[in-house]
Design a protein around this ligand. Structure first.
Ligand SMILES: Cc1ncc(COP(=O)(O)O)c(C=O)c1O
Length: 464
């Protein structure tokens, strides 16, 4: 009998994952049938030229993903009844594999988080600290959670100590508590002219006045910021300096330091949203590094690890920390401790690095697909981002294009949704490429968009 031996040719990512992917594929295509015993770990390690540890990890991963099960002393066998994937989607975020193609949501690609969660929950179930996660927490944030967060922020070039960190239930909550801690009803918040769409609604609920600052490519212009501060008594600025939503532009170092200088001169608080900041392999340090005494830096694990893991990290200047912690207490008492523990463990044991690397790789692959299908003249977008920004040819208006795309089975968002002043909406659309379940579906959606771009425009023949 020949022993099963996977081919790793053409696979990317960590070796253990390549082997476990190969096990899953062989189970799916019937090369490995229920009850088949996998080769002894040492034999497979030798055959593939990898370490025994890599194969052990691959078998553990394949077990977590439901392809196989281990029996002590007997080896590892293909599960009867097929992989769990059909029932439980152990590979991660649940996304439809049919129906309309959704380019409207800026979420990470379905990946490996569920397998990691299974491993971590198993480890946690035996932890002496388990019960403590069910209780109100004595201190607002557990010191080791804050220390892990500070470490994580170091990766984007932000210096932080554990005591500078405030943990929230995601970045949305982070933005809300930053505003609650800084502003009072009637205060003025400045933003970029195009920005993360929910900001308008959040500001409205808090009774804030929002004014857009002129800029280019969606980014804040330092001179325009200074001018705006001369006209209105603004308290704070909310901005997205890295992989801006929706344009994906990134401010360079000079612009960051100019904005920090104006914030200092005008006494402004900067609220920096950096949820996509982990994506580019090289990037300027966060704005918070240029003005640490007045920036509330906001990020979360939603885009890098999993959006359902409701964990956000704020780096807060020491004199603002009390106000921000009070806002967390008033809005939620505390971030869910079990979630904060899972995120911390993932940062500490390298899982976060693996999941983040996967998101980067997937985003880059989907971006290059867009570049091969859509002419450059329409496209702007950092090649590392989750989304692209498409400037439409003159025959299309963004709202009509959005409707036409929907009729062709693709959901997109017209540029006006991101404009503070709706009458100012650019003739452009945002396409989020990471959320879809597979590259094949991304390809299909992009091909439909490319065809629409070539079309003569909306069909006006029915307008009487
Ligand atoms: C720019 C931006 N900021 C903040 C958020 C909120 O993220 P979270 O899921 O961590 O609350 C999102 C989510 O889409 C986002 O795109």
């Amino acid at each position: 009998m020949t022993i099963w031996r996977p081919s790793l040719a053409g696979r990317t990512g960590p070796k253990f994952r390549q082997i476990s992917d190969a096990i899953g594929e062989s189970v799916a295509d019937g090369r490995l049938t229920a009850g088949t015993r996998l080769p002894p770990q040492r034999d497979l390690a030798y055959a593939l030229g990898v370490s025994l540890n890599t194969v052990s990890r691959a078998y553990a991963d394949a077990t977590d993903r439901g392809f196989v099960q281990g029996e002590v002393g007997r080896g590892t066998y293909v599960r009867a009844g097929g992989p769990l994937s059909a029932q439980a989607q152990p590979d991660g975020l649940t996304r439809p594999a049919e129906g309309p193609i959704d380019f409207s949501l800026n979420l990470p690609a379905p990946g490996r988080a569920a397998a990691a969660l299974a491993r971590t929950l198993k480890a946690l179930s035996g932890s002496p600290a388990l019960a403590s996660f069910l209780d109100y927490q004595a201190a607002p944030d557990q010191p080791h959670h804050a220390a892990a967060a500070a470490d994580w922020l170091g990766q984007v070039g932000l210096e932080a100590r554990g005591e500078d960190i405030v943990i929230t239930a995601g970045a949305q909550h982070g933005i809300m508590v930053a505003l609650l801690a800084t502003m009072r009803p009637g205060d003025v918040l400045l933003t970029e002219a195009l920005t993360y769409a929910p900001i308008k609604a959040i500001a409205h609920h808090l009774g804030l006045k929002v004014y857009a600052v002129a800029g280019d490519d969606g980014m804040l212009d330092p001179d325009a910021l200074d001018l705006a501060c001369g006209r209105v008594a603004a308290k704070a600025v909310y901005c997205l300096p890295t992989l801006h939503t929706p344009t994906t532009a990134t401010m360079d170092v000079d612009r960051r330091s100019a904005i920090a200088a104006i914030a200092r001169k005008r006494g402004l608080t900067l609220i920096e949203d950096d949820v996509f900041g982990f994506l580019p392999p090289e990037r300027p340090p966060p704005l918070a590094q240029f003005a640490p005494e007045r920036t509330i830096y906001v990020t979360s694990v939603s885009k890098s690890l999993a959006p359902g893991l409701r964990v956000g990290y704020l780096r807060v200047p020491p004199e603002r920390a009390d106000a921000v912690r009070t806002a967390v207490r008033l809005s939620s008492w505390m971030p869910p401790p079990l979630m904060a523990e899972i995120a911390s463990r993932w940062i500490e044991d390298g899982t976060a690095d693996e999941l983040t690397a996967f998101q980067r790789e997937e985003a880059a692959a989907r971006q290059s697909m867009a570049r091969s299908l859509i002419p450059d003249r329409y496209l702007s977008g950092n090649a590392h981002g989750f989304h692209i920004w498409l400037t439409l040819p003159p025959q299309w208006r963004a709202d009509m294009f959005q409707m036409a795309a929907r009729d062709h089975g693709v959901q997109v968002v017209a540029g006006g949704a991101f404009a503070i002043d709706r009458s100012d909406g650019p003739n452009a659309i945002r396409l989020c490429l990471s959320h879809e379940s597979s590259r094949a579906r991304v390809h299909q959606g992009l091909a439909a968009i490319a065809e629409l771009l070539r079309a003569p425009g909306p069909n006006d023949s029915m307008i009487l």
